[in-house]
Design a protein around this ligand. Structure first.
Ligand SMILES: Nc1ncnc2c1ncn2[C@@H]1O[C@H](COP(=O)(O)OP(=O)(O)OP(=O)(O)O)[C@@H](O)[C@H]1O
Ligand SMILES: Cc1ncc(C[n+]2csc(CCOP(=O)(O)O)c2C)c(N)n1
Ligand SMILES: [Mg+2]
Ligand SMILES: [Mg+2]
Ligand SMILES: [Mg+2]
Length: 327
């Protein structure tokens, strides 16, 4: 059985080499990065705990590794920044085999390739419960960033991609339900297991003058309330415009649940929600279409506070910050 340090070496062999900005990577007491002087450093961390963020029957070990990195990269994307490096801390039971650890790193390697990041360090400790923490460092032009606090009355409110698929996938995985349409099931399950951090979208938003942005980890309702609060504005959402993939609608229908609830309160879609002046939104629309990442206008920013949902018949509902909250 390999010891702690042999394991770290074997795990790292799975990963692509570090980028040129890494002066010291894995192997010393700390990593050293040499960033361009015209950049600021952006940093964020996310933890995944077995029983809370995944179960052995919802994610494979490779999915756990991939999703942990993708979820933290998503926060860097939401700032409009470019992710560069990852610190990965693993707290794992002694019973976990070397092959299972290598599987985690296979997923980490997939994420490293997808997001052009390298693992520059981390930690490996024994624990009764599996827990992974991914800390991502990124770079951004000095004094630039997409913040939650920049929304202005008159802005268009919009989201990337489709919402609710991850929650539909999770629901399917947790209920032993024979799906009639295997393709729909495969789509929503893959969105749950392998979400995509929208790095290119975030960078484009920053370049074209988007005013505020947030990534959707806890559910649209919660993230909208965060923008409204940070920006001291009211967000008005046209409920029927929230983009739901037909697979998510079909799965929800078959489970007797609401795809809209999945989008508002399910979480883990890791799409971006943002606001921009109408002229900026109009420029972004064809650009993101061209890279096959549609954005959809779902409402607008007004003066006031809170989040209000508007139904097609004109009826209004307050949208509270429902979603996945740990405490
Ligand atoms: N234990 C903590 N100590 C200090 N700051 C924290 C702690 N937990 C969270 N924060 C900070 O609180 C702020 C808001 O966190 P929030 O949960 O909205 O982050 P997020 O990563 O976007 O969401 P999620 O955790 O759902 O991915 C962030 O700046 C985060 O760094
Ligand atoms: C087995 C199992 N049960 C429930 C969930 C749902 N879930 C857990 S954490 C979270 C929000 C994002 O996490 P965080 O806020 O920590 O970034 C969500 C929606 C899951 N994925 N797996
Ligand atoms: Mg996060
Ligand atoms: Mg976030
Ligand atoms: Mg959260």
């Amino acid at each position: 059985m390999a010891d702690e340090f042999e394991r770290i070496c074997r795990l790292m062999e799975q990963l692509p080499p570090c980028g040129e900005e890494v002066r010291v990577g894995v192997g010393d007491d700390a990593a050293i990065l040499q960033l361009p002087i015209d950049n600021d450093v952006v940093v964020s961390t996310d933890t995944m705990v077995e029983g809370v963020h995944f179960r052995q029957d919802t994610l494979s070990w490779a999915d756990v590794g991939y999703k942990c990195v993708a979820a933290s990269v998503s926060d860097i994307a939401a700032m409009g920044a470019t992710p560069t490096s990852v610190l990965l801390s693993l707290a794992l039971p002694a019973s976990l085999s070397m092959d299972e650890m290598l599987n985690i790193y296979q997923g980490v390697a997939d994420a490293c390739h997808e997001y052009c990041v390298s693992v520059i360090g981390g930690d490996l400790v024994q624990s009764s419960q599996s827990m992974l923490t991914s800390t991502v460092l990124g770079k951004i032009d000095k004094k630039q960033a997409l913040l939650r606090s920049g929304a202005k009355p008159g802005d268009v409110l919009f989201v990337t991609g489709h919402l609710g698929a991850s929650a539909a996938g999770l629901k399917l995985l947790l209920t032993s339900y024979g799906m009639r349409d295997a393709l729909d099931a495969a789509y929503v399950i893959s969105r749950h297991r392998r979400p995509t951090a929208r790095v290119l979208a975030g960078q484009t938003f920053l370049r074209y003058g988007v005013n505020s942005c947030n990534d959707i980890s806890d559910g649209l309702a919660s993230e909208l309330n965060e923008i409204a609060k940070a920006s001291q504005v009211r967000l008005r959402v046209e409920i029927e415009k929230i983009p739901l993939h037909h697979a998510t609608r079909n799965v929800a229908r078959q489970l007797g649940e609401s795809a809209l609830d999945y989008a508002l309160s399910g979480g883990e879609d890791y799409e971006l929600v943002a606001t921009a002046p109408p002229v900026v939104y109009a420029r972004l629309l064809p650009l993101l279409e061209a890279v096959r990442l549609p954005i959809t206008a779902i409402g607008r920013v007004e003066s006031g506070d809170g989040v209000v949902g508007e139904w097609p018949d004109g009826k209004l509902d307050v949208i509270l910050a429902t979603g996945y909250h740990h405490f």
